[in-house]
Design a protein around this ligand. Sequence first.
Ligand code: C2E
Ligand code: CA
Ligand code: CA
Length: 672
Amino acid sequence: MVIRSQKTFSLTGYMTTAVILVHLFLAPVLYSVILNLYKESSSDIFITHANNIAGIIAHDLTDTDHDRRKARIISVLDSAVLSGDIIFIDIIDSNNQLINPQDKLLISSNLFTEDSDINQHDDNIYFMSVPIHLVSKDHLAFTLRLGFDESSFIQQVSSIKQRIIIILLIYIFAMVSVFTLITYYIHKPLKLLQQKSKTIAQGDVNFPLQVPTYISDIKDLSDDLEKMRTKLIEMAQHMQLQATHDELTGLPNRYLYTDRMHQAVSLAQRTNQTFAVLLLDLDRFKEINDTLGHGLGDKVLQILSSRMQDGMRESDTIARIGGDEFSVILINVDQAKAESIAEKTIKLIEPIINAEGHSLTVSASIGIAVYPYHGVTPELLLQHADVAMYHAKNNNHNIATYKKSMDSNTYEKLMMVNYFKSSIAEDHFHSVFQPKVSLSTLQPSGCEMLLRWRHPYLGLIEPDTFIPLAEQENVIGELTRWAASQCLNKFLSILRDIPDFTVSINVSPVNLLDSKLFESLLEILNISEFPPSNLIIEITESVIMKNPERSATILNKFSAAGIKVSIDDFGTGYSSLAYLQKFPITELKIDKSFITDLTKDSTNYPIVKASIALAHDLGITVVAEGIESNAVHELLTELNCDSVQGYLYAKPMEFTQLETWLEQRELTALSD
Ligand code: C2E
Ligand code: CA
Ligand code: CA
C-alpha cells in the first residue's frame, strides 16, 4: 500500500483564511443592507417632512382672508427659506402657466423636474407638486410646485457611509482578533503537544506530555497522550528488564553483565582503582537436575541466587551467565577483599536447602580475577576467572585466584579435561569412518573409525588435539570402549553384503597397556555379534618398541581371539620390519607422510617399495594412507600395495554417508 503524504496547512492558516473569506463576502452585504435601511428611513422622514410643509403651504394658500393668507404664507415661507429647506417654489395653472402668487416667492435657477424619490435627477433638489384651490380665482385648479434642498440629506448619507465602513472595519478587526486569540489558545497547547511528541519520537521519553490548556478536548487529548507515554515507558522498562535479566532468578543476564563489565573497566581506568571478577560454578549441579528434576534444579538456583544477592553490596553486580554459572563484579575491591567475599559467598551457598520436600546441600567453586593484574579487558578477566575456577574445581578448592601459571593453553586443556566425561555421557563425541579400498579389485575392503568431538564450549576439536589429552587424563580407555560399543553393531548389515569388510579402530599405547581394554572389546564384540576377524586394531609401532614384552603378550591375546593387528603410522618410528615380525601382525599401514607426495624420484620411494615387498614376504598385507592424487594411486598399484585409504577415494564420513557410499560403489562395480 502506498501512503501519499497529504499536503497540510496550519490551524491558524485555516482559521485566518476562513475568517477573511467569510468577511469578504459578509462585509459588502452588511454594508449595503445597513445603508439601504438608513436611506429608506431617512428618505421617508425627508419626504414626510416635505409633504407636511407642502400641505401647510397649500392650505395657507386657500385661506379666504387675503391678508391672513398673505401673512401666513410669508411666515411659512420665511421659516422654510430661513431653514434653507425650500429652495424652489411656484404655482402653475392648469395650462402650466406660471402665476406669481407672491413677490416674495423664491425661485431657484433649476428647472422643475418632479421627483418620485429622494436624490433623483442629480440636481440636489427634491421637486414635488401639490394641487391647490385658490379661492379668489374662480375655483380654478392650480399646482403648487416646491423644491426642497437635498444636500443635507446627501451629506448625511455619505457620512453614514463612512461610519458604516469604520464600524465594519472595527467589526472585522475584532472578529479576526477574537479568532486569532481563540486559534492561539487552541494552537498553542497543540503545538506544545506536537513538540513534546516529537521529542518522544526521537527517543527522549522523560518529559510529561501534559500541557496547560483551558480547552477540555485538548486537555483530554493531552491526558490520554500522557497515559500513553507512561504506558510506553512501562513497556520499554519491562522489555529492557526481560532483555537484560534472567527470567528464572531475576538476576542480570550475560548481556547486562557484559555491559557492567565494560563500565567497571572504564570506571577503574578513570579512578585508578582495582576491581574483582568472581566466577562461580556450582559443583555437580547437573546431578541435581538429572536425579531430582529440572523443577527442583530451578528452585535451587532461585534460592542460591537470593542468598548470594543478600550478601552483596548495592554497587556489586551479580549475574547469571550460564546454567549454573554466576559471576560477580566487585567494584573497588582488591585481591584480599575479593577472596574474603568469595569465602563469604561459599558460606552463603553451603547451608542446607529445603525445597519441594528435599533437603540438599550444594557446593561451588569460585575463580577470581582482579583488574588490572589479571587482565584489562572484560573478556580476559572473565576468561582468567574461568581458568581460576577450573583450577579450584580440579584441585578440590572452593576458591582460586588467577595466576600466570594457569595460562591460556592450560585453559583450553582444562576445558577439555573437564568435559571429557560429560561429553561421553551426552554424546558430544561421535565417530566418522574413512573407507579403505582394495587396489586389486578397486572395491571397498574396510574402513577406519576416527573420533570427533563437538565440545560444548570450544566447538569441534580434532583428535590430534584431544587424543593425547585423553591419554594423559586416562579417559582414552573409556573413550575407545564407548566408540566401539556405539558403532560395531551398526556394521552387521554391511558385513552381510561384504563379508570380508573390516573395521579398524585406533588403539592408543595407553589403551594397549590397559588389560581391561581387551576384556571389554571382547565383551562388546560378543554383545554386538560382530565377528572378531572383521575387527582390526591399529597400534603405532612406537608403542611396541617401547615395551616389547608386554606388547607381545597383549597382542597375542588379540590375535588368539581372532582380532587382526595393524601397525599404524609405519615408517615414523624407524623400526625394522624384521623385528616386528615377532609380533602377531597382519597389516602394515604406511604413514601418510611417506605417501601423499610420493613420486618415483622421492627419497621415500625406495622405503615404500622395500616395505611393501618385505611385508609381502612376511605374509603381511600393506595399506597406504593419505592418497590424494591419481599419480600416487598408479604408483602404489605398480608397487603392488594391497589397499589404499585417502581423500582421493573418500574423506572420513558419518555412518549413514558410508552406507550410501558403499551402495554406490557396489552399483558401479555391477555395471562395470
Ligand atoms: P591416523 O590413525 O593416522 O588416521 C588417519 C588420519 O589421516 C585421519 O585424521 C584422517 O582423516 C587423515 N587422512 C586420511 N586420508 C587422508 C589424506 O588423503 N590426506 C590427509 N592429509 N589426511 C588424510 P584424523 O581423523 O584427524 O585423525 C588423526 C589421528 O587421531 C589419527 O591418525 C589417530 O592417530 C588419532 N585418532 C583418531 N581417532 C582415534 C581413536 O578413536 N582412538 C585413538 N586412540 N586415536 C584416534
Ligand atoms: Ca589409524
Ligand atoms: Ca597414520
